[in-house]
Structures are given as C-alpha cells and as structure tokens.
Design a protein around this ligand. Structure first.
Ligand code: SF4
Ligand code: FE
Length: 482
C-alpha cells in the first residue's frame, strides 16, 4: 500500500539516525522535541487527510508510474486539472493547519526534476531521467517526504559560486569517485528538513562556465553520513517549552526551517540527477521556482482563510461584528485572499505539457501570483490587527489567568460580550498573534516574501516573460503607428 498512516510516518522519522542541534544542544529524538513536534504534526496531516474518504479526491492521485494510488504530495502532475487540484489541496492543508506544512517544496522539486532530467538526457545524452524515475518510484511507493534543498549560503552575492572566498558557500562537488561524488556545502532555510526522509539537492542559481562543480542535483537519505541539521529559531518559539500551551496560539501545528550542512557527503551515481551540466542549472531553478510560486496561492490562502475567520470571530466576541466598517474590512481581506488564489488557479489552468509528458504552470501567472503573495498577506494581517485591537499585544499570560490573585481581575476586566467566555476571546487573540507576529508569521509573512524567491526574483521573471515588445506592437497598431 502506497499510503502511509500518520503513525507509520512518525515511526519512519523516529528510525532516522540524524545529527541535529536545537537551541545549542544535540537532540537524539528531534521530532519529539516540543518545538519540533507541532511541525511534524503539520506534515503528518498530509498523511491523515489522505486516509479520509472526503478528501481522497484532492489528497491522492493515481500514479501512472506505479499504477497505484499515491499521496498527491508525491504525484507528477499529468494535466492542468492535476495542477489545479494541487493548489486546492494546499489551500485545504493551510485551512487545517494554519501553518507551512512543508511537504510541497519536495513535490514541486520532483515535478521539476522529472522534466529537467528528461530534457538533459535528450540534449546531452545523459541517463538522469531513468535514475530519477527509480528514485521517484520509491518516493511514491513508500510515501516519502522530500526536503527540496535549493538555497545555498551564498556569501558575497556579487560573486559567482566559484569566485567566493570560501568555496563551500555554494554546495559543490569536491571529489569524483568511480561509484559516485562527494559534496560539501550547506543549504539554508530548509523547510521541513527534520520532517523529511530524503534531501533532494538542486543548484540555487543559473551557472556559468567555471562553476561546473556547483551544477549538481542529487538525493540523499536524511540521515546520510556527514549531514548536520541546525534548527532555525522563530519568534516566540520558546512559548512551546512552557508547561501549558495557552499562550502559543496554534498549539498543534507549526512550520520549520533549518540549516543543513553537508560535510563531505558521498552520493552514489544512482542518486545523482545533474553533474556539471551548467546549462540546466538555471532551467531547473526557474522551473522549481515557478511551480512553488503557484503553490503559494494555495497554502497562504488557506492560512488567510483561518486568519479571516479569527478576525471575524474576535469582532463578534467584542461586539463590533455588525459595524459596517468591520464588514467592509472583512470583505477587503477576503478580496485580497481570493486574488491570491485566483492567480494560482489561473497559473495552473493555463499550464502546458512538457516534452517529458508532465505539466508546467504558466510562468508569468505563477510569478505574478507570488509577487502578490509578497504583499497581500501583510495587508490582510494589518487589518486583522486593526480589528483585534491592542489587547493582541498587552494580554497577560495564561499563568496570570490561572493565578488566584490575578485571574479573577483578568476574567472580569478582559470580558467581551457577556455570552462568550473570556477564555475563548484569549484563544482567538493568541491565534491572531501567532499568525501575524509569532511562530505562524514565519510561514504567513516572512516566508510569503522570501520563500520560493524574494520579490525581485519574481520581477526578473515578469520582465522576462512580460513580452513588452508584443504590447508595444499592440499599442502602435491601435494608435495607427506603422
Ligand atoms: Fe508548502 Fe507553502 Fe510551506 Fe511552500 S510555503 S512548503 S508551498 S506550505
Ligand atoms: Fe516555502
């Protein structure tokens, strides 16, 4: 059976023998660490929903590669309909977890490598596609999570990979052996690193002559020898270490980023999908980025749904929900959120078939969608904070509510409408705090700017695909200029 249960997923992670550091300490069982556990729960949700008949249409797909029903997070998209379902699946997941659920980066990476390996083989006579398909077969059959490791440390951004003062600032091949390659370097901001079974490495940028050793793509098991994970901090993360979870806001789910260091990691040929083909590095980056930029019009929209719901709820709890300006602001939030979704659906619906047989999003629309994502969640959050009021940042802690000396005062003076218990008001405020400035804001705000490339990267693509010459011709024709 190609679908793992959430329990089987948890067990499979606990079997990995990884070298992991969190808050300065080496942690033997990282997924059971209180800061990490909610992030693993978020990925486990992709397994849980796939088991539920009402979500099966979105969460699973029939794989033509294995002829089995697989989790859609492992599926190679074979139609525009498949890509639309993916976006809707991500919105559903965002609604259910209100966080970055991490697994889509690997999905977008696999769809990118599927086409790029095919094209490299055709143009260069290599044999990457068959290798990649064997890897993919195992990912689908064993229902694995892949970390998409693209972003290098990058040091001095004005220099090419091979020009850096320290050659390891971009991950590169340090040795070629008969049976494989040895690589060294680091990948930063690795979403879901500790919730993945495999790390799939891709180059971070287009490569020119001289950077051949940096044009490398491969997969290694998450516990391969030589890999070290250093966990990234998030705002308010230590609230998860408190005895109770009342101040966390989203106690069950969270997103995760880590730095992955590759210290002379051996990769057998069977797992190498690009080796010094500089011409394909930029193409792979562009493809992955475009897939993932459309994904943001799914996941962030689902988070937006939760934030709009939380904002409407606090308005009701404090008795302002009927005010026309509040309803107008909720409509504004909804309009922006649906605009993001429309971009992703359009990028998917207007996609096209690649020579390899799988489907690609419309690149201009995907980048337009993501550029909107770098802006609108901030505006949605601004309105959420406007309606929530200052209590969002002046609210005493759960321990103050529990203290018999202060609790009665807090319950008396922080009351909203009398029919709603003050505890409910506190919980919804903490959720808004989490999404707009706590651990959840990593996924909803900062990741919206920098994930899948920062805003300027989308502008570069929009310049490339905007076709201004064609638009000039249109204008000239209308104006009667020959
Ligand atoms: Fe998935 Fe969104 Fe997180 Fe990217 S940012 S991994 S698309 S949930
Ligand atoms: Fe992301």
């Amino acid at each position: 059976m190609a679908l793992k249960t959430p329990e089987q997923y948890w067990d499979s992670l606990r079997r990995l023998k990884r070298r992991v550091f969190i808050l300065g300490e080496e942690i033997a069982e990282p997924n059971d660490h209180p800061i990490v556990r909610p992030t693993t729960n978020a990925v486990a949700k992709t397994y849980e929903l796939a088991q539920q008949p009402e979500f099966a249409g979105l969460m699973t797909a029939k794989s033509p590669l294995t002829n089995e029903t697989v989790n859609r997070f492992c599926h190679i998209q074979g139609s525009t309909g498949d890509m639309i379902k993916k976006v809707k699946m991500l919105r559903l997941m965002g609604q259910q977890t209100a966080t970055c659920f991490q697994r889509c980066a690997g999905l977008d990476c696999m769809n990118s490598l599927y086409g790029i390996t095919w094209e490299a083989d055709k143009e260069m006579g290599t044999e990457y596609h068959a290798r990649f398909r064997r890897f993919l077969d195992r990912v689908q059959t064993e229902d694995l999570v892949c970390d998409a490791a693209m972003t290098d440390a990058r040091g001095d951004r004005s220099l090419a990979p091979h020009e850096q003062a320290d050659p390891d600032l971009f991950l590169h091949i340090v040795e070629q052996k008969q049976d494989g390659i040895v690589v060294r370097g680091a990948k930063a901001h690795q979403t879901g690193a500790l919730n993945s079974h495999e790390v799939v490495v891709m180059p971070t940028t287009a490569m020119k002559a001289g950077s051949e050793d940096y044009a490398v793509a491969f997969a290694v098991p998450a516990d391969a020898e030589g890999i070290t994970y250093i966990y990234g901090r998030q705002s308010c993360d230590t609230r998860k270490l408190e005895a109770t979870t009342g101040d966390v806001g989203n106690p069950n789910y969270g997103g995760q980023e880590a730095l992955i260091v590759f210290d002379n990691v051996f990769v057998p040929w069977e797992r190498v999908f690009m080796c010094r083909e500089t011409a394909f590095a930029g193409r792979l980056v562009e493809r992955f980025a475009s897939y993932h930029r459309a994904s943001y019009g799914g996941c962030k929209v689902g988070m937006g749904d939760v934030l709009i719901g939380a904002t409407a709820t606090i308005a009701e709890y404090i008795g302002v929900d009927k005010a026309s300006h509040i309803r107008d602001k909720l409509a504004e939030m909804t309009h922006m959120n649906e605009t993001l979704h429309a971009g992703a659906i359009a990028a998917s619906a207007d996609g096209y078939r690649l020579e390899s047989g799988n489907y690609m999003v419309n690149i201009l629309l995907a980048n337009t969608c993501k550029l909107n994502v770098t802006r609108l969640p901030w505006e949605i959050s601004r309105i959420a904070q406007d309606i929530a009021g200052g209590l969002l940042v002046t609210l005493p802690g759960e321990c103050d509510f529990a203290n018999p000396q202060t609790g009665p005062y807090l319950k008396k003076y922080l009351m909203g409408v009398s029919r709603v218990p003050v505890e409910a008001k506190v919980k919804i405020l903490r959720l808004i705090e989490n999404i707009t400035m706590g651990t959840g804001a990593v996924g909803y705000l900062t990741e919206s700017i920098h994930g899948a490339g920062s805003p300027q990267a989308q502008k570069v693509m929009i310049q490339r695909y905007g076709n201004w010459e064609h638009k000039k011709d249109l204008a000239k024709k209308i104006a009667g200029i020959v």
